[in-house]
Design a protein around this ligand. Structure first.
Ligand SMILES: [Fe+2]
Ligand SMILES: [Fe+2]
Length: 137
């Protein structure tokens, strides 16, 4: 049961990551204007971090005997940069909370490697949230 909850949580995190990869990739393409180029560069750089998170999760799901299943959020990103930042900030904060919960589940399962990786990914998302807060007008 606990094992199922862990696999389910990891797969949900995988889908959150893949959705973020797609959103940041698209936002890094559609943002225009010289005043928005640092925001564009930030999204493009963070795509790499999120792919790394997604790859770790997919690998771990398989090693725990599960099957990674993708159902990413394909809704178009906001057109306005301020709404983009607010949308992503809310999602990064949720990701931090989700990874903290996964770290607890991993701890209870006695999986020290997974616990530490979930804490590391929580820290990465917390850093992404800080970068977004810094971008706010
Ligand atoms: Fe991530
Ligand atoms: Fe992130």
């Amino acid at each position: 049961m606990a094992h199922d909850a862990l696999l389910e949580g990891l797969n949900e995190a995988l889908n959150r990551e893949i959705s973020t990869v797609l959103r940041y990739m698209l936002q890094g393409s559609i943002i225009r204007g010289r005043q928005n180029q640092s925001l564009r560069a930030m999204y493009r750089a963070e795509v790499t971090d999120e792919i790394g998170h997604a790859q770790y999760l997919a690998d771990k799901i398989v090693m725990l005997g599960g099957v990674p299943v993708l159902h990413p959020d394909l809704s178009p990103p906001p057109a306005d940069v301020e709404r983009m930042i607010d949308n992503d900030l809310a999602k990064e904060d949720l990701d931090v909370a989700h990874y903290k919960k996964l770290a607890e589940l991993a701890d209870r399962a006695g999986d020290i490697e997974l616990k530490m990786k979930m804490e590391e990914q929580a820290a990465d998302e917390s850093h992404h949230a800080d970068e977004l807060r810094r971008m706010k007008a």
